[in-house]
Design a protein around this ligand. Structure first.
Ligand code: F6R
Length: 233
């Protein structure tokens, strides 16, 4: 893993954008994208750039079960607001949180990822080491699946909702198999509360108890952290 330490999330977002920009200019077409607080500075740089995204395809990591795309807390809405409204892509995919047959839908999403191999996959990380919503204990090598969110994640994400009771209890998310299939992975983490997860991901054993530790086995991972998130390295 290549680790880049930046002063803060502004510098980190800029460094991440440079990787995406270089990939796009070199012909990369398929991007795996993430939501949450972490990628916001990257998306700000992306929106401010003159990059033409009309030939690009994006495939997002996850979506809450039960939220409509127009729900302001949904990941569909987040992506529209932070990137796609300003930078239209050729095709954008975010899992359908309203899918009726979730198992069948997950298989379709796996096929989508299989048919459009991701050139650069963006990831954040949870305080417990989750990537996408693959929580500790999720078997490695799973495909897209429905996941019950842990109390820890529900609590962390409640800041985006009026009350903790409004946070959906499950999500549809890519599995580690889908993530590991990407040609290149860029993981971002900012803030002291991510420091332990970053330490475990980089220096700890590869274990399902720290889902992000699987990235040690991928040949092309760049981790961009700020000083706080790097403080336990
Ligand atoms: C979001 C996602 C999650 C977040 C993680 C960190 O699409 O897959 O794994 O990356 O929960 O969230 P933030 O960035 O809000 O700290």
């Amino acid at each position: 893993m290549k680790v880049i330490i930046k002063e803060d999330n502004v510098q980190g977002g800029k460094a991440a954008f440079e990787i995406f920009e270089k990939a796009i200019k070199s012909g990369a077409k398929n991007f795996g994208l993430a939501t949450g607080s972490t990628p916001e500075t990257l998306y700000k740089n992306w929106v401010a750039s003159d990059l033409d995204c009309s030939e690009l395809t994006s495939i997002n990591l996850d979506e809450y079960v039960g939220l409509k795309p127009e729900d302001p807390q949904s990941y569909h809405y987040f992506m529209q607001k932070h990137l796609f409204d300003q930078k239209p892509f050729k095709k954008t995919y975010v899992p359908d949180g309203l899918a009726e047959d979730i198992d069948a839908y997950c298989k379709e999403y796996d096929q989508l990822i299989e048919d459009n191999q991701i050139d650069v996959q963006l990831l954040g990380i949870g305080q417990n080491g989750h990537i996408a919503f693959n929580e500790p204990g999720t078997p490695f090598n799973t495909g897209t699946h429905e996941v019950k969110l842990t109390e820890n994640t529900i609590k962390a994400n409640s800041r985006f909702f009026d009350s903790i009771d409004d946070v959906p209890k499950s999500a549809i998310c890519m599995g580690t198999k889908n993530i590991m299939h990407a040609k290149k992975i860029v993981l971002l983490a900012f803030g002291k509360e991510k420091a332990h997860a970053i330490k475990m991901m980089i220096d700890g054993p590869v274990t399902e108890e720290v889902p992000a530790s699987i990235l040690q086995l991928h040949p092309d991972v760049t981790v961009i952290v700020d000083k706080d998130a790097a403080s336990e390295l």
